[in-house]
Ligand binder design. Sequence first.
Ligand code: NAP
Length: 443
Amino acid sequence: MNDIRDAILADQLDAVGGLAVPESYRAVLVRKDEQDMFEGLPTKEKDPRKSLHVEEVPTPELGPGEAIVAVMASSVNYNTVWTSIFEPVSTFGFLERYGKLSELTKRHDLPYHVVGSDLAGVVLRVGPGVNKWKPGDEVVAHCLSVELEDPAGHDDTMMDPQQRIWGFETNFGGLAELALVKSNQLMPKPGHLSWEEAASPGLVNSTAYRQLVSHNGANMKQGDVVLIWGASGGLGSYATQMALNGGAIPVCVVSSPEKAAIVASMGAELIIDRSAEGYQFWKDENTQDPKEWQRLGKKIRELTGGDDVDIVFEHPGRDTFGASVYVAKKGGTIVTCASTTGYMHSYDNRYLWMNLKRIIGSHFANYKEAWEANRLIDRGLIHPTLSKVYPMEDVGQAAYDVHRNLHQGKVGVLTLAPEEGLGVRDTDKREKHLTAINRFRGV
Ligand code: NAP
């Protein structure tokens, strides 16, 4: 592995294809024989530091249409938190099911799961049938894995019946020295970013793009008031930038003055600190409090000068969904991609139907949406929101931070890169955007 790392660090990318693919590599994984280790514990007490291991694993065989990438850096997404706490289900069920599909997918059904749904690195080998990419290409990877053997996926690839999230519902993910991807996951690495910066936006940036901007999501337009929950978090920090870029009016919800300062530094003017406001949308386990929904709605009107919300960018789920449906304006849209606080939502349906509101489900992004989202990063229109970077050995702590909401924006992980700041090719472009690139660093 050292010769591959050395060639990349010495910018000898043409030489990479001539180097042997190592028989094994170090990877972040969970073990099948530990999938019951947290049984009976409350969610908060399930500790990723206990379940995520860094181990040497055999390199998978390369199949048609696939690529092996030497991974310089990756990032922690919430899906790695879910895998590491084995909630809402153990991801080994996904691997078993995928393994039944074909001879080739059998490779994924293993007693360990190599996790991670982002990477920045260099293509090491491509399989038969791959023409667009070659060894030595500097790339990032999006996390949509599709088979595309069914007509259903040929309009919008997210509709493929065999759609999976790489590194979550498949094996050989990006939190590792090597990763196995389908070649149609690859995209060019933005040249003005370091490895860890380039590896951080992928999953959340693409998800926010489909959810908020794409016609498959909320189809945001100029002037729309967009309520963004968790506006300094993984998804929210990109949704906020997209709203600002697209001429919309973000109303950013955060939970501390520090997070409020961060979203303000991105250019957001309308900010709600939900902790300071002390919203209690739930009176008890089973009862919501519409008066608190109204209090949020009043606060939004105060901030917007009387306008209600066109689009609610939802992902907290159970805790906030009743309020989200209430505050959307007549004809407004609630677009949801997650349920961090619980997936059994309840809301007062009278507000939905009488006011002709719509709830839209959104999930990751198709290749085109992911490509467009990456293009925004490449052009310096959207910036990574990387706050902290850990070495691979400390990935458990990185996931713990995200699980406990101790982080801001995105948390990066160095895999083959020996230190931060490497891999920048376009220094002029970087200089132009340096303040924005560093906005989340060290906060
Ligand atoms: P994240 O970085 O942890 O950010 C989530 C933010 O939500 C937090 O920063 C927090 O911000 C806010 N939040 C947490 N609990 C809340 C509550 N009870 N009420 C209101 N706000 C709350 O995570 P993320 O990367 O944005 O991901 C969020 C969720 O989306 C996860 O469940 C993840 O699995 C899911 N996701 C789904 C997809 C998909 O394709 N379907 C893609 C990406 C992520 P404050 O504390 O500042 O309010």
